[in-house]
Design a protein around this ligand. Structure first.
Ligand SMILES: NC(=O)c1ccc[n+]([C@@H]2O[C@H](COP(=O)([O-])OP(=O)(O)OC[C@H]3O[C@@H](n4cnc5c(N)ncnc54)[C@H](OP(=O)(O)O)[C@@H]3O)[C@@H](O)[C@H]2O)c1
Length: 334
Protein backbone atom coordinates (compact mmCIF):
# COMPACT_ATOMS: atom_id res chain seq x y z
CA UNK A 1 0.00 0.00 0.00
CA UNK A 2 1.46 3.38 -0.99
CA UNK A 3 0.36 7.01 -0.23
CA UNK A 4 -2.07 7.11 -3.18
CA UNK A 5 -3.93 4.06 -1.86
CA UNK A 6 -4.23 5.67 1.56
CA UNK A 7 -5.65 8.90 0.12
CA UNK A 8 -8.22 6.94 -1.92
CA UNK A 9 -9.22 4.89 1.12
CA UNK A 10 -9.86 8.06 3.19
CA UNK A 11 -11.63 10.07 0.47
CA UNK A 12 -14.57 7.66 0.53
CA UNK A 13 -15.31 8.04 4.24
CA UNK A 14 -15.00 11.86 3.93
CA UNK A 15 -18.36 11.87 2.13
CA UNK A 16 -19.81 9.88 4.98
CA UNK A 17 -18.25 12.31 7.47
CA UNK A 18 -19.76 15.20 5.50
CA UNK A 19 -23.23 13.65 5.71
CA UNK A 20 -22.84 12.91 9.40
CA UNK A 21 -21.73 16.52 9.91
CA UNK A 22 -24.76 17.86 7.98
CA UNK A 23 -27.06 15.48 9.86
CA UNK A 24 -25.55 16.70 13.15
CA UNK A 25 -26.22 20.31 12.15
CA UNK A 26 -29.76 19.41 11.13
CA UNK A 27 -30.45 17.62 14.40
CA UNK A 28 -28.95 20.39 16.53
CA UNK A 29 -31.10 23.17 14.96
CA UNK A 30 -34.10 22.45 17.27
CA UNK A 31 -31.79 22.38 20.33
CA UNK A 32 -30.10 25.67 19.36
CA UNK A 33 -33.53 27.16 18.64
CA UNK A 34 -34.75 26.03 22.05
CA UNK A 35 -31.76 27.53 23.85
CA UNK A 36 -32.12 30.86 22.00
CA UNK A 37 -35.87 30.87 22.66
CA UNK A 38 -35.21 30.22 26.37
CA UNK A 39 -32.75 33.13 26.56
CA UNK A 40 -35.17 35.41 24.72
CA UNK A 41 -38.18 34.43 26.79
CA UNK A 42 -36.62 34.71 30.24
CA UNK A 43 -33.76 37.19 29.93
CA UNK A 44 -34.05 39.39 26.83
CA UNK A 45 -37.77 39.86 26.04
CA UNK A 46 -39.06 43.31 26.95
CA UNK A 47 -41.87 43.26 29.50
CA UNK A 48 -45.30 43.42 27.87
CA UNK A 49 -47.62 43.65 30.86
CA UNK A 50 -47.90 47.47 30.51
CA UNK A 51 -49.81 46.96 27.25
CA UNK A 52 -52.65 45.58 29.38
CA UNK A 53 -53.11 48.93 31.10
CA UNK A 54 -55.64 50.41 28.69
CA UNK A 55 -59.07 52.00 28.98
CA UNK A 56 -59.81 54.44 31.80
CA UNK A 57 -58.95 52.02 34.62
CA UNK A 58 -57.71 48.47 34.01
CA UNK A 59 -58.63 45.67 36.38
CA UNK A 60 -57.00 42.31 36.95
CA UNK A 61 -58.93 39.41 38.51
CA UNK A 62 -56.95 37.01 40.73
CA UNK A 63 -58.60 33.93 42.20
CA UNK A 64 -57.29 32.24 45.35
CA UNK A 65 -55.81 35.59 46.30
CA UNK A 66 -55.70 35.33 50.09
CA UNK A 67 -52.43 33.42 50.30
CA UNK A 68 -49.36 32.10 48.49
CA UNK A 69 -48.99 32.77 44.78
CA UNK A 70 -52.38 34.48 44.42
CA UNK A 71 -51.80 37.01 47.18
CA UNK A 72 -48.27 37.78 45.92
CA UNK A 73 -49.56 38.13 42.35
CA UNK A 74 -52.23 40.59 43.51
CA UNK A 75 -49.50 42.66 45.22
CA UNK A 76 -47.34 42.57 42.09
CA UNK A 77 -50.25 43.63 39.84
CA UNK A 78 -51.01 46.56 42.14
CA UNK A 79 -47.43 47.80 41.92
CA UNK A 80 -47.64 47.51 38.12
CA UNK A 81 -50.61 49.90 38.04
CA UNK A 82 -53.62 47.55 37.94
CA UNK A 83 -56.75 47.78 40.02
CA UNK A 84 -57.58 44.33 41.35
CA UNK A 85 -60.61 42.12 41.91
CA UNK A 86 -59.65 39.39 44.35
CA UNK A 87 -61.30 36.10 45.11
CA UNK A 88 -61.13 34.08 48.31
CA UNK A 89 -63.28 31.82 50.46
CA UNK A 90 -62.93 33.46 53.86
CA UNK A 91 -64.15 37.05 54.19
CA UNK A 92 -62.30 37.84 57.43
CA UNK A 93 -59.01 36.63 55.93
CA UNK A 94 -59.76 38.56 52.73
CA UNK A 95 -60.24 41.79 54.67
CA UNK A 96 -56.88 41.25 56.41
CA UNK A 97 -55.25 40.62 53.02
CA UNK A 98 -56.76 43.80 51.54
CA UNK A 99 -55.33 45.77 54.51
CA UNK A 100 -51.94 44.08 54.03
CA UNK A 101 -51.94 44.88 50.32
CA UNK A 102 -52.83 48.53 50.99
CA UNK A 103 -50.01 48.74 53.55
CA UNK A 104 -47.55 47.08 51.13
CA UNK A 105 -48.13 49.69 48.40
CA UNK A 106 -48.15 52.71 50.73
CA UNK A 107 -45.86 55.35 49.24
CA UNK A 108 -46.26 54.03 45.66
CA UNK A 109 -48.30 56.87 44.17
CA UNK A 110 -50.40 54.99 41.61
CA UNK A 111 -50.76 51.73 43.53
CA UNK A 112 -51.85 53.60 46.64
CA UNK A 113 -54.87 54.94 44.75
CA UNK A 114 -55.73 51.59 43.16
CA UNK A 115 -59.19 50.16 43.61
CA UNK A 116 -59.21 46.80 45.43
CA UNK A 117 -62.44 44.81 45.29
CA UNK A 118 -63.21 41.22 46.15
CA UNK A 119 -65.73 38.41 46.02
CA UNK A 120 -66.09 35.33 48.21
CA UNK A 121 -66.88 31.83 46.96
CA UNK A 122 -65.82 28.33 47.93
CA UNK A 123 -64.33 27.11 44.66
CA UNK A 124 -64.58 23.47 45.76
CA UNK A 125 -68.40 23.64 45.92
CA UNK A 126 -70.79 23.01 43.03
CA UNK A 127 -73.83 25.07 42.10
CA UNK A 128 -72.54 28.65 42.17
CA UNK A 129 -74.44 31.31 40.26
CA UNK A 130 -71.44 32.68 38.37
CA UNK A 131 -73.40 35.43 36.60
CA UNK A 132 -74.51 36.75 40.00
CA UNK A 133 -70.96 36.38 41.32
CA UNK A 134 -69.48 38.69 38.68
CA UNK A 135 -72.47 41.09 38.46
CA UNK A 136 -70.93 43.67 40.86
CA UNK A 137 -67.96 44.00 38.46
CA UNK A 138 -69.95 44.17 35.22
CA UNK A 139 -69.02 47.76 34.32
CA UNK A 140 -65.29 47.32 34.99
CA UNK A 141 -62.62 47.14 32.29
CA UNK A 142 -60.99 43.75 33.02
CA UNK A 143 -57.86 43.12 30.94
CA UNK A 144 -56.14 40.32 32.89
CA UNK A 145 -57.59 37.27 34.65
CA UNK A 146 -55.35 34.96 36.68
CA UNK A 147 -57.11 31.74 37.58
CA UNK A 148 -54.87 30.78 40.45
CA UNK A 149 -57.23 28.98 42.82
CA UNK A 150 -56.37 25.34 43.20
CA UNK A 151 -54.18 22.93 45.03
CA UNK A 152 -54.10 19.42 46.23
CA UNK A 153 -54.35 17.76 49.63
CA UNK A 154 -51.45 15.46 50.45
CA UNK A 155 -53.44 12.36 51.44
CA UNK A 156 -52.39 8.70 51.51
CA UNK A 157 -55.69 7.40 50.03
CA UNK A 158 -56.27 6.16 46.46
CA UNK A 159 -59.33 7.37 44.53
CA UNK A 160 -61.52 4.40 45.53
CA UNK A 161 -60.94 5.32 49.17
CA UNK A 162 -62.33 8.85 48.68
CA UNK A 163 -66.01 9.78 48.44
CA UNK A 164 -67.45 10.99 45.15
CA UNK A 165 -68.18 14.27 46.90
CA UNK A 166 -64.50 14.74 47.77
CA UNK A 167 -63.36 13.89 44.23
CA UNK A 168 -65.89 16.34 42.78
CA UNK A 169 -64.59 19.07 45.10
CA UNK A 170 -61.03 18.52 43.80
CA UNK A 171 -62.18 18.94 40.19
CA UNK A 172 -64.39 21.93 41.06
CA UNK A 173 -61.51 23.72 42.78
CA UNK A 174 -58.87 22.96 40.17
CA UNK A 175 -60.86 23.06 36.94
CA UNK A 176 -64.59 23.86 36.91
CA UNK A 177 -64.44 27.02 38.99
CA UNK A 178 -62.00 28.56 36.48
CA UNK A 179 -64.07 27.30 33.53
CA UNK A 180 -67.37 28.75 34.75
CA UNK A 181 -65.83 32.00 35.93
CA UNK A 182 -64.25 32.43 32.49
CA UNK A 183 -67.62 31.73 30.89
CA UNK A 184 -69.27 34.43 33.00
CA UNK A 185 -66.53 36.97 32.29
CA UNK A 186 -66.01 36.38 28.56
CA UNK A 187 -68.53 38.92 27.13
CA UNK A 188 -66.97 41.58 29.33
CA UNK A 189 -63.43 40.55 28.37
CA UNK A 190 -64.31 40.74 24.67
CA UNK A 191 -65.61 44.28 25.20
CA UNK A 192 -62.38 45.28 26.97
CA UNK A 193 -60.40 43.80 24.07
CA UNK A 194 -61.77 46.56 21.80
CA UNK A 195 -59.24 48.95 23.33
CA UNK A 196 -56.21 46.65 23.77
CA UNK A 197 -55.03 43.13 24.54
CA UNK A 198 -56.79 40.93 27.10
CA UNK A 199 -55.26 37.82 28.64
CA UNK A 200 -56.63 34.95 30.72
CA UNK A 201 -54.01 32.83 32.49
CA UNK A 202 -54.63 29.47 34.13
CA UNK A 203 -52.19 28.50 36.88
CA UNK A 204 -51.29 24.91 36.13
CA UNK A 205 -48.73 22.55 37.54
CA UNK A 206 -45.84 20.32 36.51
CA UNK A 207 -48.05 17.65 38.10
CA UNK A 208 -50.32 18.07 35.07
CA UNK A 209 -47.46 16.64 32.96
CA UNK A 210 -46.14 14.10 35.46
CA UNK A 211 -49.36 12.91 37.16
CA UNK A 212 -47.76 11.75 40.43
CA UNK A 213 -49.39 8.95 42.46
CA UNK A 214 -52.14 9.82 44.99
CA UNK A 215 -53.05 13.06 43.15
CA UNK A 216 -54.35 11.76 39.79
CA UNK A 217 -57.41 14.01 39.85
CA UNK A 218 -55.40 17.11 40.65
CA UNK A 219 -53.09 16.28 37.72
CA UNK A 220 -56.06 15.54 35.45
CA UNK A 221 -57.70 18.85 36.38
CA UNK A 222 -54.53 20.74 35.47
CA UNK A 223 -54.38 18.76 32.21
CA UNK A 224 -57.99 19.84 31.59
CA UNK A 225 -56.94 23.49 32.03
CA UNK A 226 -54.11 23.01 29.57
CA UNK A 227 -56.40 21.64 26.85
CA UNK A 228 -59.02 24.25 27.71
CA UNK A 229 -56.44 26.99 27.18
CA UNK A 230 -55.71 25.87 23.63
CA UNK A 231 -59.36 25.28 22.81
CA UNK A 232 -60.51 28.65 24.12
CA UNK A 233 -57.63 30.46 22.46
CA UNK A 234 -58.55 28.80 19.15
CA UNK A 235 -62.20 29.69 19.71
CA UNK A 236 -61.46 33.38 20.24
CA UNK A 237 -58.76 33.61 17.56
CA UNK A 238 -59.60 31.49 14.54
CA UNK A 239 -63.18 30.40 14.09
CA UNK A 240 -64.70 33.80 13.38
CA UNK A 241 -63.26 37.32 13.64
CA UNK A 242 -60.56 37.36 16.36
CA UNK A 243 -61.91 38.84 19.57
CA UNK A 244 -58.54 39.84 21.05
CA UNK A 245 -58.94 37.67 24.16
CA UNK A 246 -56.00 35.28 24.63
CA UNK A 247 -55.38 32.34 26.93
CA UNK A 248 -52.20 30.98 28.51
CA UNK A 249 -51.52 27.92 30.67
CA UNK A 250 -48.78 28.34 33.28
CA UNK A 251 -46.57 25.36 34.12
CA UNK A 252 -45.68 25.64 37.80
CA UNK A 253 -43.11 23.66 39.79
CA UNK A 254 -42.64 23.92 43.56
CA UNK A 255 -43.26 27.39 45.04
CA UNK A 256 -42.96 28.29 48.72
CA UNK A 257 -46.21 29.16 50.52
CA UNK A 258 -46.77 29.46 54.27
CA UNK A 259 -50.30 28.15 53.62
CA UNK A 260 -49.07 24.60 52.85
CA UNK A 261 -49.17 21.63 55.25
CA UNK A 262 -45.53 21.01 54.36
CA UNK A 263 -44.02 24.35 53.28
CA UNK A 264 -40.81 23.78 51.28
CA UNK A 265 -37.88 26.06 52.11
CA UNK A 266 -37.27 28.69 49.45
CA UNK A 267 -34.32 27.93 47.16
CA UNK A 268 -33.39 28.33 43.50
CA UNK A 269 -35.83 25.56 42.52
CA UNK A 270 -38.48 26.63 45.07
CA UNK A 271 -38.98 30.40 44.64
CA UNK A 272 -40.83 32.46 47.22
CA UNK A 273 -44.39 33.36 46.24
CA UNK A 274 -43.25 36.99 45.71
CA UNK A 275 -40.44 35.97 43.33
CA UNK A 276 -42.80 33.64 41.50
CA UNK A 277 -45.52 36.32 41.29
CA UNK A 278 -43.10 38.63 39.43
CA UNK A 279 -42.58 35.83 36.91
CA UNK A 280 -46.35 35.28 36.57
CA UNK A 281 -46.95 38.95 35.85
CA UNK A 282 -44.07 38.96 33.34
CA UNK A 283 -45.80 36.07 31.55
CA UNK A 284 -48.76 38.36 30.76
CA UNK A 285 -48.52 39.14 27.06
CA UNK A 286 -45.71 36.63 26.43
CA UNK A 287 -47.53 35.42 23.32
CA UNK A 288 -47.38 31.74 24.33
CA UNK A 289 -50.23 29.40 25.12
CA UNK A 290 -48.03 27.39 27.50
CA UNK A 291 -45.18 28.79 29.51
CA UNK A 292 -43.37 28.01 32.74
CA UNK A 293 -43.23 31.56 34.13
CA UNK A 294 -40.16 30.86 36.30
CA UNK A 295 -37.06 29.91 34.29
CA UNK A 296 -35.87 27.16 36.66
CA UNK A 297 -39.27 25.42 36.34
CA UNK A 298 -38.85 25.67 32.55
CA UNK A 299 -35.54 23.79 32.83
CA UNK A 300 -37.16 21.20 35.11
CA UNK A 301 -40.01 20.77 32.64
CA UNK A 302 -37.47 20.24 29.83
CA UNK A 303 -35.67 17.51 31.80
CA UNK A 304 -38.96 15.80 32.65
CA UNK A 305 -39.59 15.56 28.91
CA UNK A 306 -36.01 14.45 28.23
CA UNK A 307 -35.63 11.64 30.77
CA UNK A 308 -38.93 9.98 29.90
CA UNK A 309 -41.82 8.54 31.87
CA UNK A 310 -40.25 5.65 33.79
CA UNK A 311 -37.55 7.68 35.49
CA UNK A 312 -39.90 10.62 36.14
CA UNK A 313 -42.63 8.35 37.53
CA UNK A 314 -40.22 6.62 39.91
CA UNK A 315 -38.79 9.90 41.13
CA UNK A 316 -42.20 11.54 41.60
CA UNK A 317 -43.49 8.46 43.48
CA UNK A 318 -40.58 8.70 45.90
CA UNK A 319 -41.10 12.44 46.37
CA UNK A 320 -44.85 12.03 46.94
CA UNK A 321 -44.19 9.27 49.47
CA UNK A 322 -41.98 11.63 51.48
CA UNK A 323 -44.35 14.60 51.20
CA UNK A 324 -47.42 12.59 52.23
CA UNK A 325 -45.57 11.19 55.27
CA UNK A 326 -44.57 14.72 56.35
CA UNK A 327 -48.11 16.05 55.75
CA UNK A 328 -49.71 13.23 57.76
CA UNK A 329 -47.29 13.99 60.61
CA UNK A 330 -47.88 17.78 60.34
CA UNK A 331 -51.67 17.19 60.63
CA UNK A 332 -51.10 14.94 63.65
CA UNK A 333 -52.66 11.93 61.86
CA UNK A 334 -51.43 8.33 62.03
N1 LIG B 1 -47.03 26.20 45.52
C1 LIG B 1 -46.69 25.19 44.74
O1 LIG B 1 -45.72 24.48 45.01
C2 LIG B 1 -47.48 24.92 43.49
C3 LIG B 1 -46.95 24.01 42.56
C4 LIG B 1 -47.67 23.76 41.40
C5 LIG B 1 -48.87 24.41 41.16
N2 LIG B 1 -49.36 25.28 42.09
C6 LIG B 1 -50.65 25.91 41.83
O2 LIG B 1 -50.59 27.28 42.17
C7 LIG B 1 -51.86 27.71 42.64
C8 LIG B 1 -51.71 28.42 43.97
O3 LIG B 1 -51.04 27.57 44.86
P1 LIG B 1 -50.40 28.10 46.22
O4 LIG B 1 -49.30 27.17 46.54
O5 LIG B 1 -50.15 29.54 46.17
O6 LIG B 1 -51.61 27.77 47.22
P2 LIG B 1 -51.91 28.34 48.66
O7 LIG B 1 -50.75 29.07 49.20
O8 LIG B 1 -52.45 27.20 49.43
O9 LIG B 1 -53.08 29.40 48.37
C9 LIG B 1 -54.23 28.97 47.74
C10 LIG B 1 -55.21 30.09 47.64
O10 LIG B 1 -56.43 29.56 47.13
C11 LIG B 1 -57.45 29.69 48.12
N3 LIG B 1 -58.31 28.53 48.15
C12 LIG B 1 -57.97 27.25 48.41
N4 LIG B 1 -59.06 26.47 48.35
C13 LIG B 1 -60.10 27.28 48.07
C14 LIG B 1 -61.48 27.06 47.88
N5 LIG B 1 -62.03 25.87 48.01
N6 LIG B 1 -62.27 28.13 47.56
C15 LIG B 1 -61.74 29.36 47.44
N7 LIG B 1 -60.44 29.63 47.63
C16 LIG B 1 -59.63 28.60 47.94
C17 LIG B 1 -56.71 29.81 49.43
O11 LIG B 1 -57.58 30.40 50.38
P3 LIG B 1 -57.24 30.38 51.97
O12 LIG B 1 -56.31 31.55 52.15
O13 LIG B 1 -58.57 30.56 52.59
O14 LIG B 1 -56.60 29.07 52.27
C18 LIG B 1 -55.55 30.69 48.99
O15 LIG B 1 -55.98 32.02 48.79
C19 LIG B 1 -52.75 26.48 42.69
O16 LIG B 1 -53.54 26.43 41.53
C20 LIG B 1 -51.75 25.33 42.70
O17 LIG B 1 -52.29 24.17 42.12
C21 LIG B 1 -48.68 25.54 43.25
Amino acid sequence: MNWNDTIISITLPIDVVKYIFLLGIGLSIPIVYRVLDFLWLYFLRPSSVKRYLHGNASYAVVTGATDGIGKATAAELLTRGFNVILHGRNEAKMQRVVDELRAAVRGQEKAEKADIRYFIADAAKSGHDFAKMVAPFKGLHITVVIHNVGGSDLLPQRIDQHTEEYLTSVVNKNAFFSLFLTRALLPQLRRAAHSGPVQVLFVGSLAGDIAPPRVPLYAASKGFLQALTRGLDNDEEFFARPTGVHFTYLVVGAVHSDNHDVPMSPSLTVPTSARFARAVVEAVGCGRRRIAPYYVHAVQSYFVELVGERITDNMSAQEMGGLIKQAVKARGEK
